[in-house]
Design a protein around this ligand. Structure first.
Ligand code: PXL
Length: 278
């Protein structure tokens, strides 16, 4: 089993390729990294340096196509610039077959705010990628951006009684084709629980886990990598989300860091095994 992971490599933040490589490898999956940029730290830190390696996306496509390589999975995450999104689309077109699961994590923002990579042009390009995907994993802010909704208003509504119905309606609108699954991550259902909504070919399910109100950098990236792994090893999408949510829960609960920028201490959980027995 082999996955091409198109993402950046950040020195601090435990996100992107660090998450992809460690999580998928621990699930028995070979990871072929396609580094879009190398950063001293993820962009939430007060200061960082970014080295552009985005030409690697087209080089990997050409080299690997010439070598006759193939992938059971393709995972795409944070896009440092718009240009990368075009190359990622070409990469997906070159390698996606009926036997390839394409997971697109439309990384654009969180908590009602957009990351520094966000622009209207970026949104249009990510929408194109989303339309090709088998699975997408937006958080609520990203779902709203994809649907043309105001994230702040939807976040407020999400706390209300019919919040989840409203999110299901928005997710159904964003869904691009009948076989696509949308997993809306990190919905604050109430003060004690966090929910992941799965809108899939057979309906919609909400999977809830206990929460402690803290949020950390990189959990979306860990979620995407663990979800794709769980799907590739044969779990259906709802079971895969349950196992993945349990992994994130254990990682967050085992984290001591006060600064969200440093991410969660998921290393301890990998040691126990993702989706394994507690
Ligand atoms: O976790 C998403 C992410 C990935 N990569 C970089 C980021 C972020 C979020 O801020 O800055 C470089």
């Amino acid at each position: 089993m082999r996955v091409a992971a198109i993402n950046d490599l950040s020195g601090f933040g435990k996100c992107s390729l660090m998450a992809d490589i460690s999580v998928m490898t621990s699930m028995g999956i070979e990871v072929c990294p396609v580094p879009t940029a190398v950063l001293t730290a993820q962009t939430g830190f007060p200061s960082y340096y970014m080295h552009d390696t985005s030409d690697m996306v087209s080089h990997c496509r050409q080299e690997w196509k010439n070598a006759g390589e193939s992938f059971e999975g393709i995972l795409t995450g944070y896009m440092p610039q718009c240009r990368v999104a075009d190359d990622v689309q070409d990469f997906a077109n070159a390698f996606k077959t009926d036997n390839t699961v394409l997971l697109v994590d439309p990384v654009m923002g969180d908590g009602g705010r957009c990351y520094s990579n966000y622009s209207a042009e970026m949104l249009e390009k990510i929408k194109k990628l989303v339309s090709m995907a088998d699975i997408i994993t937006p958080n609520l802010t990203e779902l709203c951006l994809l649907a043309g909704e105001d994230p702040e208003r939807v976040l407020e509504a999400a706390a209300g009684n019919d919040g989840i119905e409203r999110i299901i309606e928005i997710a159904k609108r964003v869904r691009s084709h009948d076989l696509q699954s949308i997993v809306v991550t990190g919905i604050a259902v109430n003060e004690e629980e966090i929910g992941n909504l799965v809108v899939h070919p057979n309906g919609a399910d909400v999977i809830t886990s206990p929460q402690n109100g803290r949020s950390y950098s990189g959990t979306g990236d860990l979620f995407a990598a663990a979800l794709l792994s769980n799907v590739l090893i044969g779990k259906d999408i709802v079971e895969a989300v349950k196992a993945t949510a349990d992994f994130i829960y254990r990682a967050v609960m085992g984290t001591d860091a006060k600064d969200r920028n440093y991410g969660v201490d998921y290393e301890k959980v990998l040691y126990e095994g993702i989706g394994g027995q507690r």
